[in-house]
Design a protein around this ligand. Structure first.
Ligand code: FES
Length: 146
């Protein structure tokens, strides 16, 4: 039994961390703790925004230079898994050409983070769909420049 309220809170937090790590695996757990590439980008070359059937919305911002993704960020109002998946979608796009980004799927994201519980797998597909929407936006802008 905890000695004080602080100990109680600490025990509770550790319990939540242990349960999350067990359910999601170490790679996804670490990204849940620190969702890299989270944020808005004002001068994005490509922008995607998709609302999934779950009602959560994901946004992805891409900045390209020399036909390679130089910067990528995401934003979501969704669950913890959608943050993890958005973060990996952005990370996977970094340094890639448009053709290579086009290859990134929900399965790619799931494989990278070591899988997700069945009920959260759709979050990876929402992230991939949003990434493809951002890529499509970039391609359309490039085509209109010609
Ligand atoms: Fe909707 Fe995760 S539950 S994106």
């Amino acid at each position: 039994m905890a000695d004080s309220f602080d100990d109680f809170v600490k025990d509770l937090q550790n319990q939540i961390f242990d349960e999350t790590r067990t359910a999601y695996g170490e790679v996804a757990f670490q990204r849940w703790l620190k969702p890299l590439y989270n944020g808005e980008m004002n001068d994005a070359d490509g922008y995607g925004r998709v609302t999934g059937t779950c009602g959560d919305t994901m946004e992805i911002f891409l900045k390209l230079d020399d036909d390679l993704v130089k910067d990528a960020t995401f934003r979501t109002d969704g669950c913890g898994s959608s943050s993890i998946c958005g973060s990996f979608a952005a990370e996977l796009a970094l340094g890639k050409s448009p053709d290579e980004v086009a290859e990134i799927s929900g399965e790619t994201i799931l494989n990278t983070l070591g899988g997700l519980p069945e009920e959260d797998r759709h979050c990876a597909f929402l992230a991939a769909e949003t990434l493809q929407a951002a890529l499509h936006d970039f391609m359309m802008k490039e085509r209109n420049k010609k």
